[in-house]
Design a binder for this molecule. Structure first.
Ligand code: ACO
Length: 335
């Protein structure tokens, strides 16, 4: 009945895909490198192991494999894809990796570009692509989250190196005039608190000729104030989700799945408690993959879809958060 009254463009979720590199770095193996233990990492983060990219698994390769998976699930002809948005902070090419994925796929009718918002990247990319579909410009979009933070981690810093891993995930979304399964969203940034988590430029001064200086390229490893990032996440994520429930007229007990950026199991538990969402409804794969940055949300969703946990018409509340600082939320219905 409701469908007949619908007279605008909505978004439909058609498929998901993911890819992780084969190399497994367990907590025991990390403790051969830095002064830590499986017990410490497991109890403070919930992580047991993470995947590390080799030279064949850069962001373009991982993103391509995840995207191909999602296209197959959606049963799309590749030439019908209009838009590819790649969320990443670690592109294989700083000028953008999305067009390389477009070329590998043979999606010659799509426009492809990168979007950077660290661990909020996938959510921001999903919101961006959905707005293009709702605006009527494009019909089919691939949203990819892929990151290779292992290349930028300081492997001698036990406070941060234990958290991160590499991987990719993707969702295939489509415009429809029958319903809208992208129910609502919200997004925020606060650059004032950006100093808590950075992957900064090396800022090495050099000169081209006398009196003409330049700053050479390259990045320093990830710098993180773990306690501040933790406090930020457990404070802001429940607030932005509660606000989303209010503006969409939903309540937390209508939610089938809470899909949070996978940063730390204690953050997931705390947000779940504050929203009164039971543990069984909170997706987590931190134990196997750690924090894969822009990849965590589509990776954990794809796993749940393949295991038939997320089903057609399930309501999913999702939130991404991280460097920037940046954070956001979205409420969607799967299918
Ligand atoms: N092994 C053993 N001991 C350690 C380790 C380790 N790997 N790391 C730190 N410690 C020690 C510290 O030195 C400290 O010892 P001290 O008390 O003698 O000084 C003690 O453990 C406690 O350290 P804390 O930093 O207080 O530990 P905390 O409980 O806060 O856990 C953690 C640290 C896991 C990093 C936590 O703060 C966290 O998860 N923060 C959020 C980080 C995050 O999610 N970042 C990514 C955001 S997403 C993005 O955009 C990339």
């Amino acid at each position: 009945m409701e469908e007949k009254k619908f007279n605008q463009i909505g978004v439909s979720f058609k498929g998901s895909g993911s890819y992780v590199p084969h190399q497994i770095l367990s907590n025991q193996k990390i403790s051969q490198k830095v002064d830590t233990s499986d017990e410490w990492i497991k109890s403070r983060t919930g992580i047991s192991e993470r995947r590390i990219s080799s030279s064949e698994d850069n962001v373009t390769d991982m993103g391509y494999k995840a995207a191909l998976n999602a296209i197959q699930k959606a049963n799309w002809d590749i030439k019908t894809i209009d838009l590819i948005v790649l969320a990443t902070s670690t592109p294989h090419d700083l000028f953008g990796s999305a067009p390389s994925i477009q070329a590998k796929l043979g999606a010659s009718n799509a426009v492809a570009f990168d979007l950077t918002a660290a661990c909020s990247g996938f959510l921001f990319a999903l919101i961006t692509a959905s707005q293009f579909l709702k605006g009527g410009n494009f019909k089919r979009a691939l949203v990819i989250g892929a990151d290779q933070l292992s290349s930028f981690v300081d492997w001698n810093d036990r406070r941060s190196c234990i958290l991160f891993g590499d991987g990719a995930g993707a969702l295939a979304i489509e415009a429809t005039n029958k319903f809208d399964n992208f129910i609502g969203f919200d997004m925020r940034t606060d650059g004032e608190r950006g100093c808590f988590l950075n992957l900064p430029s090396k800022n090495i001064k050099d000169s081209i000729i006398d009196n003409i200086d330049f700053v050479s390229g390259g990045f320093s490893p990830i710098q993180m104030n773990g306690q501040e990032v933790y406090k930020f996440a457990v404070r802001e994520v429940p607030i932005i989700l509660k606000k989303l429930f209010k503006i969409t007229n939903y309540s937390s007990d209508q939610v089938d799945w809470l899909v949070l950026h996978q940063a730390n199991q204690r953050i997931l538990d705390s947000v779940g408690e504050k929203l009164k969402i039971p543990k069984e409804k909170i997706l987590s794969n931190l134990e196997k993959y750690g924090n894969t940055s822009a990849a965590t949300i589509p990776l954990v969703m794809d796993e749940a879809i393949r295991k038939n946990r997320i089903k057609q018409n399930d309501i999913i509340a999702t939130s991404g958060f991280g460097a920037g600082l940046s954070w956001g939320s979205a409420l969607i219905k799967w299918g």
